[in-house]
Design a protein around this ligand. Structure first.
Ligand code: FAD
Ligand code: NAD
Length: 468
């Protein structure tokens, strides 16, 4: 008899696992509350990158004068005024997210996956109870369960979203009018991306950052470049500033800081991190151990502490990325169904911060090298010397490579610049395949191209070995 797999949560952790299990012949059911694609497709990853696509065009137009495009008429007045129609942008964002969700539903249907709408909870390790919107309940028996319930925006009792002017990142797409003065609280990846996007859409932005720099988790040189660019473009970055509360009076939102200062604006986005969707799910009763903050504890093949119960994605708190969620989900199913499986290796994950400029990273970091966690050489090359960058008016950014001293094997890298998300791929390939810097340098790059800087950085790591 086919294995009965029940997956709770229809985001990338859940739906990618469903494909693997269905293709292997399992009988698969996804239980989901919000719609297939999960937060990744409906509220987080896809909508934010669609918004950022519009912001990117605005940002490129901002640099057009340097390339000889004149936006003024003969009297020197602006002949073309470019303004964002946020209503239109957000309608496009929502339509695209809905279409992607429908696309995922069609593909799962084709694979024979059953979808049950409702909220799932464990009733022991091998039974899932689903509470449906109409008040009815369904019980699903399972040989294995995958928890893939994701996470939700963190708020504070003193900073409660009202959905109009005090917003979580999930609520920004209901805006139809352009904020006159936006305050973004939190300078992690979410906060930095929204602050950068709205700034590039022409909106004055204040970024409240509790740490001494934006993106405290990223490469220090990269976040330095970003902060420099953001402040040059007019962003008000308040560092070492912790928000105490957010209040609203009429059209004015006030963010009060713990040191007594306050900042006012028309709208505020809270980007304070996430909390896992693991409460009231019968997890601990079923033997599933939770870590600090309520995240599900898993091993590198996505097993929880309860036999037959796996977990994937943001609910595990392991590098909260859509790509990692999907990989954890697939690994869980490969392991369950006895297929060849390689445990999750976070050192191979490439990620990108979609700010302008973008920051892409893979493998070991310079921070780890500096801390002595790994012995490695680091080379950094500014993009400003790259011929293509000069032609395109790109002044900020760099390529950094991290490589083992003896073997020359590339173990990490950072790219800061336009489309860094694409430029990181050769470095990710080198890390995944244990290529040496010499091998990376040997491959032809197009002249002129930004990727020429990746090869140039690799050439800098070459050590001449002269025969004695
Ligand atoms: C603003 C923002 C931008 C991001 N951008 C990127 C990006 O560019 N690239 C990237 O790789 N990552 C990005 N991420 C991270 C990415 O969105 C998450 O890592 C990803 O969504 C995790 O997928 P998941 O399957 O674990 O959960 P989710 O996508 O959150 O899906 C979980 C689903 O389960 C449902 N659910 C919850 N509880 C239950 C229950 N009890 N019963 C049934 N269903 C339930 C939820 O409603 C949801 O639909 C971004 C995150 C944010 C906040
Ligand atoms: N492009 C992407 O892939 C992408 C985009 C967004 C998020 N994500 C992922 O989602 C995860 C979460 O990122 P995030 O940025 O949402 O959360 P985070 O936890 O990384 O950052 C939240 C920030 O808010 C700050 N903060 C908390 N309380 C505060 C207060 N009272 N005042 C001021 N600052 C305060 C914290 O110090 C922290 O720096 C990350 O793992 C990230 O990789 C990925």
């Amino acid at each position: 008899m086919a294995e009965r797999v029940v997956i709770i949560g229809g985001g990338p952790g859940g739906y990618e696992a469903a494909h693997v299990a269905a293709q292997a012949g399992a009988e698969v059911t996804i239980v989901d509350t919000d719609g297939l694609g999960g937060s990744a497709v409906l509220t987080d990853c896809v909508p934010s990158k669609t918004l950022i696509a519009t912001a990117e065009v605005m940002s490129e137009l901002g640099g057009a004068a340097e390339l000889g495009l004149d936006f003024t008429d003969h009297e020197g007045d602006a002949a073309t005024s470019i303004r964002v129609d946020l209503g239109k942008v957000n309608a496009r964002v929502k339509a695209l997210a809905a279409e992607q969700s429908a696309d995922i539903a069609r593909r799962l249907d084709r694979d024979g996956v059953t979808l049950v709408h409702g909220r799932g909870r464990l009733d022991g390790p091998d039974r899932v109870r689903v509470a449906k919107a109409d008040g009815s309940e369904e019980t699903l028996e399972a040989d294995a369960v995958l928890l893939a319930t994701g996470a939700a925006p963190r708020t504070l009792p003193t900073a409660q979203p009202d959905g109009e002017r005090i917003l979580t990142w999930e609520q920004v797409y209901d805006l139809t009018e352009v904020p006159s003065e936006l305050i973004v609280v939190g300078s992690g990846v979410t906060g930095a991306e929204f602050a950068s996007a709205y700034l590039n859409l022409g909106i004055p932005v204040t970024l409240v950052s509790s740490r001494d720099r934006v993106l405290p988790g990223e490469d220090a040189d990269a976040s330095g470049v970003l902060e420099d660019v953001l402040t040059r473009r007019g962003m008000n970055v308040l560092s070492k500033s912790r928000m105490e509360s957010v209040t609203r009076e009429g059209d004015v939102v006030t963010v009060t800081l713990t040191d007594g200062r306050s900042v006012q604006g028309s709208h505020c986005i809270l980007a304070l991190g996430s909390v896992p969707n693991t409460a009231d799910m019968g997890l601990e009763e079923a033997g599933v151990v939770l870590k600090d903050g309520g995240f599900v504890a898993v091993d590198r093949v996505s097993r929880t502490s309860a036999r037959g119960v796996y977990a994937a994605g943001d609910c595990t708190g392991v590098l909260m990325l859509a790509s990692v969620a999907a990989k954890q989900g697939r690994i869980a199913m490969w392991h369950l169904l006895g297929d060849a499986v390689q445990p999750l290796d976070l050192k191979q994950v490439s990620s990108n911060v979609f700010t302008a400029p973008e920051i892409a990273t893979v493998g070991w970091s310079q921070q780890a090298v500096d801390a002595g966690d790994i012995q490695a050489e680091v080379v950094s090359l500014p993009l400003s010397g790259n011929p293509r960058a000069k032609m395109q008016g790109v002044h900020d950014g760099f390529v950094k490579l991290v490589c083992r001293p003896g073997t020359g094997i590339v173990v990490g890298g950072v790219v800061v610049g336009p489309r860094a998300s694409e430029l990181i791929h050769p470095v990710a390939l080198a890390v995944a395949e244990s290529l040496t810097a010499d091998q990376l340098a040997q491959a032809f790059t197009v002249y002129p191209s930004m990727s020429g800087s990746v090869a140039e950085a690799a050439r800098r790591l070459h050590h001449f070995r002269v025969e004695q």
